[in-house]
Design a protein around this ligand. Structure first.
Ligand SMILES: NC(=O)c1ccc[n+]([C@@H]2O[C@H](COP(=O)([O-])OP(=O)(O)OC[C@H]3O[C@@H](n4cnc5c(N)ncnc54)[C@H](OP(=O)(O)O)[C@@H]3O)[C@@H](O)[C@H]2O)c1
Length: 293
């Protein structure tokens, strides 16, 4: 049996990965969580308490671990969090570490989030650990954050203008990650993960309208408007700015290419946006009571 430590296990991608790994014999998932009291996972998932900001807590979490995976939320100290995880992984002598990054990760990007990914990808390479880096485009699942506005008002607003993006489904990323952790040939690789099509958000609105059976309108706004709305909704200043900044980068159209890695690793085309919209059909038509997870 190989024990895989999963940092970020309570989040969108980490949880999808524990679900996916449960289908694989020979793997024990160990979820690293900050609050064990509120963490619930399926049968067979081990739960260990630890904080990426606390290097000492990670040493115990790595005890008996063969492989490791890390994703974390965007925050000002992300680089320190990754560095701690890499240090602990190095001490534990793991045989493979899979790091969640972002498409176009680059230390010179105009987006701080993408610069952080560039720096932490580089830091991982410098550890000498056997690694694989995942660089996905934006997730279909981000639209779940718009579900209430769509269900209640038939509208959503984003600062993406008419730009196209090759968005991807988190379920496909998780399936790919599980493959990487359970098959050979992925060490030293960085994979650029996109969906099967390049859509602008008018296209997204049209697909949602079809699935909802009622109109959905996309309203382009400016990054400043988005940042102000996020702050008003209580998001910390740094995060609101970082999110608006990365959206401004997407609005240039730089994230529109459909790339081959996801289809090659899945052995099938990645899920379409229509498939995602249909799988969550009840969310676009409900009155706000549905869960967004
Ligand atoms: N959204 C997109 O479209 C997109 C596209 C490409 C790449 N990305 C990248 O994907 C990442 C976010 O992925 P996600 O949406 O799956 O994340 P998420 O849902 O925001 O979850 C983040 C996870 O990180 C954990 N975490 C945060 N700080 C921690 C700490 N100090 N110690 C231990 N755990 C900690 C959280 O645990 P708690 O439950 O304790 O908070 C949670 O499990 C970011 O790096 C982002 O740049 C996003």
């Amino acid at each position: 049996m190989t024990r895989v430590l999963i940092a970020g296990a309570t989040g969108t991608n980490g949880r999808a990965l524990t679900d996916e790994l449960s289908k694989h014999d020979g793997i024990i998932s160990r979820a690293l969580v900050r609050d064990t009291a509120s963490a619930e996972f399926g049968d067979g998932v081990e739960i260990v308490e630890g904080d990426l900001a606390d290097l000492q807590s990670l040493a115990a979490a790595f005890d008996g671990v063969g492989k490791a995976y890390i994703v974390t939320s965007i925050q000002p100290n992300t680089i320190d969090l990754f560095q701690n995880f890499f240090r602990a992984a190095k001490s534990a002598d793991v045989t493979h570490i899979v790091k969640f990054s972002g498409l176009g990760s680059d230390v010179n990007s105009p987006s701080e989030v993408i610069r952080q990914h560039g720096e932490t990808d580089e830091a991982l390479r410098e550890t000498g650990l056997p690694f694989t880096i995942l660089r996905p485009n934006s997730f279909y699942q981000n639209m779940l954050g718009q579900a209430q506005a769509i269900a209640e008002n038939g509208t959503f607003a984003l600062p993406l203008g008419d730009a196209r993006q090759s968005l991807i489904d988190v379920r496909d990323i998780a399936e790919i990650t599980a493959t990487i952790l359970t098959t050979d040939g992925h060490v030293g690789k960085a994979y650029d993960l996109t969906g099967p099509e390049s859509l602008d958000f008018h296209d997204v609105a049209e697909i949602l309208s079809d699935v909802r059976g009622a109109p959905v309108n996309y309203t382009p706004i400016t990054p400043d408007q988005m940042e102000a709305a996020l702050k008003e909704a209580g998001m910390p200043e740094w995060s609101a700015h970082a999110l608006a900044e990365i959206q401004a980068l997407f609005a240039t159209g730089a994230y529109s290419d459909v790339l081959p890695d996801a289809e090659r690793l899945l052995g099938r085309p990645p899920r379409s946006f229509r498939q995602f919209a249909e799988d969550h059909a009840e969310l676009w038509i409900s009155t706000g009571e549905a869960s967004l997870n």
